[in-house]
Structures are given as structure tokens and as C-alpha cells.
Design a protein around this ligand. Sequence first.
Ligand SMILES: Cc1ncc(C[n+]2csc(CCOP(=O)(O)OP(=O)(O)O)c2C)c(N)n1
Ligand SMILES: [Mg+2]
Length: 279
Amino acid sequence: MTGEQSKRVRALELIAAKIRRNVLDICMQRGGYAGQGVALADIAACLYFDEMRSDDKGWFHDRFVLSNGHDAIMTYGALAEHGSYSLEELRSYNEDGTKIDQSPIEGQLGFEITAGSLGQGPSQAAGIAWGERHQGSDKRVYCLFSDGELQEGNVWEAAMFAGHQKLSNMVYIIDNNDMQATGSTTDVLGVEPVPEKFEAFGCAARRVNGNDIPEILDAFAEAKHIKDKPYVMVCDTRLFAGIDCLQEALPTAHYVAAHSADWQAGLSEINTTLAALAD
Ligand SMILES: Cc1ncc(C[n+]2csc(CCOP(=O)(O)OP(=O)(O)O)c2C)c(N)n1
Ligand SMILES: [Mg+2]
């Protein structure tokens, strides 16, 4: 790695640590999807602070479609760092009547679609990418969805369409965390081998360590070189990756309502990480 590259990686590691801290801050009031938000912080740092281009109003030129609504916590954590949400307003997450929905609706800042009903994002993103191409736009479309959603037929219809249409302006990012609502995906209904399945549908696909920033950046760069296929990043992650004490203390679960001692321990660990990165 050149000096310039390691500076870029270190800057993104620092942003990822801040996103993790934001996720804990937001979830510690009433619980939430903290495990996913923490685990996806490295992908979020690369996507929002390196990969997606900005427009002249400080918003994003490229488009992000969140399919698994509960991963909104990742976007909240990142957009708090971006400055487009304040942490104070995000702290109403999971409160009755809040506008900071756990599964957001179309038009909420940062969200293109209503995403609580799983499995819809990949086809909507493919439609958006197809539309952008028809309009001669250079916008790239990124869609995050989960291994649980891979069990839905709609996802594979989207992959077939995207492959057939050669939607090289679209990147699917899969949170492949071997977890769904009722347990491990491997036990409930296995989805592997994921890259090979997408390749069979006409996409380019690559398995990525979703907590390795150089690897994530390399996959985003590779996606831009592939001119005749959509690109699929199958990101292996584990809930709470990046905060060891919470990985150890909390059960591997889709949703957590942790006790305050756990949140405080998590915050203290991430603050130590932040201090080391900021040195
Ligand atoms: C169409 C649809 N079916 C079922 C559900 C209920 N549900 C909510 S979350 C979830 C688990 C999905 O798996 P994944 O997104 O991989 O969960 P995670 O790894 O984030 O815990 C399910 C089945 C839903 N929201 N929509
Ligand atoms: Mg999952």
C-alpha cells in the first residue's frame, strides 16, 4: 500500500469507528438493530465517505437503495457523521411517533424506498439503474440487502433482469451475516454459494470481508471496471463486528434490547478505538 492509500484507509477506519459510536448512541435509549449497524460501519464508511460522489449541494450524486429496512441504523450512523442528521434527533429512534423510523419510508432523508417488507429493494434498484441508463445519466446505483432476503424469489427475478440488461451502473451489496430473524441462515434455509448463484444469473460477483476496508475499496474499484454486468459484493459480516465486548456479551440475535451496562462497555471500547485511531 502506498502512503496515500494507507492514509485513505486510516481516515475511513476513523469514520467507521465514529459510525459505530453513533449507532450505539442512537440504540442505547430503547434498543434496536445495533448489531447490524455496528457490523456494517466499515461498508458505510467506504460507501458514504469514499465511493458515492457528492453533488454541488453537499448531497449524494449517486443513489443508495436500502432494501432491508432495519439496516437503516447503518445509514443513520453514517448520515449523523455526514452532518445531515443530528444525533439529538436520531436519539428518538424506536420511540412512539418518531420520524426516525427503524424501517424507513420512501422520501425520508437518505432513503429511496419503503423497505419494511423485505426483498423489494433489488428489483427497485435495478429499475432505477435501468432508468438512469436510459436517461444517459452517469449515476451509479448501490443497493444493500441481506442474506435473509436471498430466500425470496423477487431477489432472483431482479438478478435475472439486471444480468440480462447488463446493468453495469448498479452494485448489489449483500450483508451476508449468517443471521435472520429466527436464527442462523445456514440452519433455517441455507443460501450459499451466493457469488456463484449471482454469476449464474449474469452478474459479476465477489466475496468480500465486510469488515476489511482495503478489500471493500478494492471491490468498489473492480466494479467500475466491469462494463457489461451488474456487480455483486457478497460481504461476510458478523453482528457487532468491531466491538469485541459486545460480540462476547450479547446473544447473536436479530434485535437487541441490551442492558445499560453492555452499552456503556461498548461505548468505552469504541472510545478507546477512536482515541488510538485519532493519534
Ligand atoms: C417479506 C417479509 N417477510 C418477513 C419479514 C419479517 N422479518 C423481519 S426481519 C427478518 C429477518 C431477515 O433476515 P436478515 O435481514 O438477514 O436479518 P439480520 O441478519 O439483519 O438479522 C424477517 C424474516 C419481513 N419484514 N418482510
Ligand atoms: Mg442476515
